[in-house]
Ligand binder design. Structure first.
Ligand code: PEP
Length: 681
């Protein structure tokens, strides 16, 4: 399951990162889509916000992808991703059913999907998201918190920078067909063809409204204000078929046509014009910025002086045209095409494009045009009339570099830090004794105890054992078990001892009696003794002193009950129990072993997770270091106890602060005890 969740996590992240970035490089394109949606749904008054919405959408999508990749801020990221999918999936279904908007634009212009494909993609993403929701704890955390914060700032910086570049210039990476160097004449008409209206074939435009597509001849195009949306141009033959030559020209074919005010198609004439032609482009004259209007004057003068063609290519709208002429005093010629074609040619409004023999040399927002350079004859790349060289491959590589370089750098630093920490941990762990101790409790008769001890001795014989093995038995078995395991690696201990040295304490067993059997260990402060015999710190201090005075190693148990875990007081409880040990000198403390046994995990089958156990073990070690010093803490063996089995022992023992286990149920059979011992490889 873990592996499935992680594959899904990375795939989901890849889709969100890619679609976020594809839109970040061209926020103006995204804003055009947002405007289309707003207008369609009757929110036309909000179209001024469309660029802001576009920024927000693509940056949020990208950052969600980054968070999912790194496995951080999971809850918030899953909530935001769910909201995005809940908004867009019904929308894409509706688009697929009605074809109201020809393309949803989810990957910008980088990848074109049909509305049904987008809907299918979203359904797959929803299934993936559902899995991530239900199994979010299995998602992989690729980086620690500090590096995650650093990296998310880098990623946010990249997204904002790309949006910034694409908002005030042309897209940083341009996936549209009108890039510098494109031979428009070939791409529009196919080699050796003409886009005319007087042959046996006819160029027609496909428009759609309310999901219905309709063909229009170039001289009777519909009014976009009436809801018609341009889709593409095709060449229709007299027999009704679409030209084979045109389809052969795919994928180079570009939707483009130019008409005069009289409706005459002059695409061929324009693109076949020898020499330079400057096109002033505006998809909407009403919305064109008038800040740099004097540059247009300079441009048109320059064009006249140097025999350049100069035309303003705009969408046909008589009222807008009149207003523009009135406001700017424009006397240059106007030609017309569809607004969406102009938006595809150049994102800014107005923009300037230079053609040489039908080939695009460069295009630029009017505000960024070096008009003075052009008119004063001081030529630079833009004004020299050469084809501008924009290497989009290098730009893609740059974006990938900016995306992945900090990622791998932080990951590398984190791996180095982790390995360094691991070496330190291993070194300090090496210094400590590793112990697996069985606690038989009140489960074995004398004969059963001897048989169990002999069986264990046999199982261990000739084996390389990488930890100390101890069995703590009921009092009546201690002496016999010591005998039974003679000559083996097994150490023996009792499960308790008296707080008194000797005397009239009927039923009690003194530490020196235990030591007299040859036993070396004694469990003190086990939760069952605390619970059923009311053992407290005062009594346990006395027992500790007896044990140490008689050369026994105390295995001192601490641990919280369930309520204390739930109400979060477990650390204080454990610290309080440790106080009994802290009455000892550092020298005596160093002779003790600590066992952390969460009471809710003892004999219940509920094991603390390795993270929960490690947290408390590290806490205990830090507390010892505070009480004594780091060297004492580093040398103290801290065992884990509570439903420890062969299956979970390896993971528990791999934790930096867990030095072995105190085992109850699983210590009663050789077959279940041995795998725990063998967990120390
Ligand atoms: C114990 O009693 O010390 C103990 C850890 O028991 P179990 O392993 O059965 O949970």
């Amino acid at each position: 399951m873990k592996i499935v969740v992680r594959i899904v996590q990375f795939l989901f992240a890849a889709v969100f990162i890619f679609s976020g970035l594809a839109k970040c490089v061209d926020p103006a394109g995204t804003s055009i889509k947002v405007t289309e949606y707003l207008q369609y749904f009757g929110f036309g008054m909000l179209t001024d916000l469309s660029m802001g919405i576009a920024w927000l959408l693509c940056i949020v999508e990208f950052i969600c992808g980054v968070n999912i990749l790194l496995g951080h801020a999971r809850h918030l990221t899953l909530v935001v991703s769910t909201l995005l999918l809940l908004l867009f999936t019904p929308l894409t279904l509706w688009l697929a059913l009605t074809d109201a908007i020809s393309e949803c634009g989810c990957f910008g212009d980088a990848v074109h999907l049909t509305n049904w494909q987008t809907f299918g993609k979203n359904l797959i993403l929803i299934v993936m998201l559902a899995l991530l929701w239900t199994k979010s704890e299995l998602m992989y955390r690729l980086m620690g918190r500090t590096f995650y914060v650093f990296y998310s700032y880098c990623a946010l910086g990249l997204a904002v920078w790309l949006c910034w570049m694409g908002s005030w210039r042309e897209p940083f990476i341009d996936f549209r067909p009108f890039t510098p160097g494109t031979n428009l004449k070939e791409a529009v008409m196919g080699e050796g063809q003409e886009q005319t209206t007087d042959s046996d074939s006819e160029w027609v435009c496909i428009y759609q409204r309310n999901g219905v597509r309709q063909e229009f001849s170039l001289d009777s195009l519909p009014d976009e204000a009436e809801g018609w949306e341009f889709v593409e141009t095709i060449e229709r033959h007299a027999d009704g078929k679409v030209s084979d030559d045109r389809s052969k020209a795919e994928p180079k074919h570009i939707d483009f046509f130019v008409k005069t005010a009289d409706g005459e198609v002059i695409t061929d004439e324009l693109l076949s014009r020898p020499g330079y032609t400057l096109l002033l482009l505006s998809h909407s004259l009403d919305k064109a910025s008038q800040h740099d209007i004097d540059r247009i004057e300079l441009l048109s003068e320059y064009a006249g002086d140097n025999d350049y063609g100069f035309l303003c290519l705009t969408a046909r709208d008589e009222k807008q045209l009149e207003r523009w002429k009135f406001n700017t005093g424009a006397e240059y010629p106007f030609v017309f095409t569809d607004a969406s074609i102009i938006e595809t040619m150049c994102r800014s409004n107005p923009a300037v494009m230079l053609l040489r023999d039908g080939v695009i040399c460069w295009k630029t927002p009017l505000s960024r045009l070096d008009a003075e350079g052009l008119t004063s004859g001081k030529l630079n790349e833009q004004t020299s009339g050469d084809i501008e060289e924009i290497n989009y491959h290098n730009r893609i590589l740059l974006v990938l570099f900016l995306l992945f370089a900090p990622f791998f750098l932080f990951l590398l630093v984190e791996i180095v830090q982790f390995l360094h920490k691991q070496t330190l941990i291993n070194n300090s762990k090496k210094m400590r004794k590793k112990i697996v101790a069985g606690n038989w409790k009140m489960n074995t008769t004398l004969q059963e105890g001897i048989a169990l001890a002999e069986g264990l001795k046999e199982a261990l014989a000739g084996k390389k054992v990488n930890c100390d093995v101890v069995v703590c038995t009921p009092f009546i078995s201690v002496a016999s078990v010591v005998k039974a395991v003679e000559g083996s690696v097994i150490g023996v201990g009792a499960e308790d001892c008296s707080a008194h040295e000797k005397g009239a304490y009927t039923g009690e067993v003194a530490a020196n009696m235990i030591a007299s059997t040859g036993a070396k260990y004694v469990i003190l402060g086990h939760s069952e003794r605390r619970q059923y015999h009311g053992e407290n710190n005062e009594l346990l201090v006395a027992k500790l002193q007896q044990a140490l005075a008689n050369g026994l190693t105390p295995i001192f148990c601490v641990g919280e009950v369930k309520e204390e875990r739930v109400n979060g007081t477990y650390k204080e409880v454990i610290e309080g129990q440790m106080e009994a040990l802290y009455t000892l000198s550092a020298e005596d403390f160093a002779k003790c072993v600590v066992a952390y046994e969460p009471v809710w995990a003892i004999g219940t089958g509920l094991t603390a997770t390795s993270e929960q156990a490690e947290e408390v073990h590290a806490f205990i070690r830090a507390s010892i270091a505070k009480k004594y010093d780091a060297a004492v803490a580093d040398n103290t063996s801290i065992l884990y106890g509570g439903s420890c089995k062969g299956s979970n022992a390896p993971e528990l023992f791999a934790q930096p602060d867990i030095d072995g286990g105190l085992i109850g149920g699983a210590a009663l059979k050789v077959d279940t005890f041995m795998p725990i011992i063998e967990a120390w490889k």
